[in-house]
Design a protein around this ligand. Sequence first.
Ligand code: LLP
Length: 437
Amino acid sequence: HGTSRINKLGHLEIGGCDTVDLAQKYGTPLYVMDETLIRDRMRQFVCAFQNTGLRFRVAYASKAFSTMAMCRIVDEEGLMLDVVSQGEIFTALSAGFPAERIYFHGNNKTPQEIEFALDAEIYLFVVDNFDELMLLQAIAKEKQKRARVILRITPGVEAHTHQYIQTGKEDSKFGFGLESGQALKGVELALTCSQLDFMGFHCHIGSQIFETNAFSATIVKMSQLIKTSYERWGVLTQIFNTGGGFGIRYIDEDTPKSPQDYVQVIASTVRTYLSDLPLIPEIWVEPGRYIVGEAGTTLYTIGTVKEVPGIRKYIAVDGGMSDNLRPALYQAKYEALIANRATEPATEMVTIAGKACEEGDILIWDIPLPGVQSGDIMAVNCTGAYNYSMASNYNRVQKPAVVFVKEGTAEIVVKRETLQDIISHDHIPERLIPKKE
Ligand code: LLP
């Protein structure tokens, strides 16, 4: 992946940095992010769109991995930023990310979040449902502000992915249903809202999608909505956001397409179905996983090794579901290697266990590795998306540090949590404080 290679010492190197040195210097578990690969992947999407001749915007879905340094990169690369909470907006603004390139998703934006976003003058709101439409209109009116809106539509397309990350079905907590007619009612209502500027539509059918035909099927359905809105109310769709969800290669069997392939299918479907309108909408995409997933590697130190005679060998690492929830939550599969002996051939089948007090905390079942010893450094690949961002303090574990590596330099972008951080929000009521005798 990216700038990863094996160096002369037989160690895994990323961004010109020896991962064994990184583990030594910053401790483990450690998230290592390949900045060059992150930037390459952003440019791949931009480039793919430039070749289509359509007006477009590429956004980064910050839920995949949001930190201030990451927001700097998104800003430098000129992408839009998709946020889903006040916390993500705050992170971006604190990093100096321009508000006019931020837009706000979510199925239950609180009044406080809406106020915050209106005051910050973000670019637009992706409105998820009728209640939110009315709430946004009311708050904007009170503040005498205007807001651009696009409506999130559930197009009723089922992408082939894990059911927890399938979001395009009609029976979904997200969006205005297309098939139930809610979508058109949403447009009608939005057009009556004095403070809201209706700009168009959004849809997102799921995540870690490989096939391109799920995207074309969605666009075909959405085109009907775009045309009907024009015919009924003369509304021109300015923005058509086709979501994210572009798959990556976690393991060999995964068969993602390239951004060129996805964008080409999106663009040609848009041209086929929307060319007879007076205006072809600006096409937006909002990948998260594709931008950061393969750029991330987690380094762990191997601790205890337990053999269940004749059945299995468990190798325990100093992290697990607290820094990578995906195997426990989605049965997600990962590949790994021993970073300090990266050229040695595999000699045994082992299972990589986390250290959480939870039987389900297994990072990888049955992976062939060279004879593993306590103290070895294990590198788990493709942990850049939805790992740090879904990390927890379960078992009062400190969240790991994150470093960006690039051209031989490593820099901290998130400090490792301290024990003090773990108790920093705790409070002992007066009556429970031990009295000194
Ligand atoms: N846009 C919307 C409206 C979304 O809901 C999402 C992801 C994205 C864009 C970005 O999708 P991506 O390009 O990253 O696939 N925690 C799960 C993934 C949840 C995705 C939620 N929405 C996982 O670890 O697989």
